[in-house]
Design a protein around this ligand. Structure first.
Ligand code: ISJ
Length: 367
């Protein structure tokens, strides 16, 4: 019944809130029961299940299109469900997630998007430190950037992936929006802007048009840029994320100043876990072909085509220290390595490749 007066509307909202709260508490109790059941089943690790979470989020989005759907966007519904799962999971297993710090980086925003707010985010100084934090158990999972639609591949991440024992257990895609942030409230007397080199490159046109005379100083991250703008105050600004602005209490002088509004960064979630089949999964592998064999790459990729496996990404990176030119091929495709058909294809490729490694099978990003 659509309310006609404000008191009527408030009454309805109070009644709905009561129901929502009751249901959320019930859900949390069931999640606690799940933890006990998993322990009884001899599960010794944490209780985070990437495939199950993807399934819950996909269902929420499906429902949003059904008879119980409402005026909220899929993204909003998924974000709310994400937070509910995040608080439920924190009762089962409080998680620590290593990310490329300092606070306020886009990688931290990716952690929040993927795991929700009820995790401890642990900033690392460099990408290899994130791998080490997860390998040693200082963090349960790690989040690293792997590619940006404008800036290209993150080579440190690819290099670490070749050698690590960790598995990719998830992906996060994040639209990247840059903002000009400062302690001051206007452009007057701005003489210096701090940012990461990539962010400057991504805002080149805007900077040339609006602030051609201001000095640009490259720092190690956007989080660091925001920290400096806050510490130095008047006359300085940073190009960074809204989150970095919030953390450092900066004003927004200009929003979405990136040249390409579809600018997106892809991140990987690293862990020791092998996610189960979720029904919409990606598998990542890395391989090298035998040298001096014409058509070697063609031969490596042929089994994917012959078995109808859809390649979603193919990147190459030169093998470090190789005198002769030699390339690692990073291939992503739709499917899960536990699927017998996929397993057979991977075994064929493994026997044809000079080097071959499965990096992980994980649910395709839902949000
Ligand atoms: C409750 C579970 O454990 C965790 C919490 C989930 C949730 O709150 O829905 C989903 C998957 C797991 O990360 C489960 O495995 O079902």
């Amino acid at each position: 019944m659509v309310p006609q007066t404000l008191p009527e509307a408030r009454l309805q909202i109070d009644a709905l809130d009561e129901q929502i709260q009751k249901l959320i508490s019930q859900r949390a109790r069931v999640a606690q029961a799940v933890a006990n059941i998993k322990q009884q089943m001899g599960d010794t690790g944490n209780h985070y299940r990437p495939s199950r979470e993807a399934e819950v989020l996909r269902r929420a989005i499906e429902r949003n299109h059904g008879p119980d759907g409402g005026p909220l966007t899929d993204e909003t519904i998924a974000r709310l469900m994400r937070e509910i799962m995040s608080v439920c999971l924190s009762l089962e297993s409080p998680l620590t997630i290593a990310y490329l710090g300092p606070e306020g980086t886009y990688t931290q925003a990716a952690v929040q998007k993927h795991f929700g707010d009820s995790v401890t985010a642990r900033p690392a100084r460099a990408i290899d430190e994130i791998f080490r934090d997860v390998e040693t158990g200082a963090a349960d999972y790690g989040v690293v950037p792997v590619a940006n639609s404008i800036g290209g591949l993150v080579s440190h991440t690819l290099d670490e992936l070749v050698h690590t024992k960790l598995r990719i257990c998830g992906e996060v895609t994040l639209p990247v929006h840059h903002h000009l942030l400062s302690m001051q409230g206007d452009f007057d007397g701005l003489t210096k802007i701090y940012s990461h080199a990539q962010s400057f490159a991504q805002c080149r046109k805007w900077l040339d048009a609006r602030l051609p005379k201001v000095e640009l100083e490259v720092v190690s991250s956007n989080g660091e840029a925001a920290r400096r703008a806050a510490a130095e105050g008047k006359g300085t600004a940073a190009i960074a994320s809204l989150q970095a602005g919030r953390i450092n209490a900066l004003n927004i002088l200009a929003s979405n100043i990136e040249d390409d509004p579809s600018n997106t960064t892809r991140f990987l979630v690293l862990g020791k876990q092998e996610p189960e089949i979720s029904g919409n999964d990606i598998t990542s592998v890395v391989m090298t072909a035998h040298r001096n064999q014409p058509g070697a790459l063609f031969k490596l990729l042929q089994p994917f085509a012959e078995n109808g496996l859809d390649l979603t990404r193919l990147e190459s990176r030169q093998v470090r220290d190789s005198v002769v030119t030699d390339y690692y091929f990073f291939v992503d495709f739709a499917g899960h390595a536990a699927d017998p058909k996929v397993r057979a294809v991977l075994e064929t490729i493994r026997s044809d490749a000079a080097f071959f490694k499965i990096l992980g099978s994980y649910p395709r990003a839902v949000m």
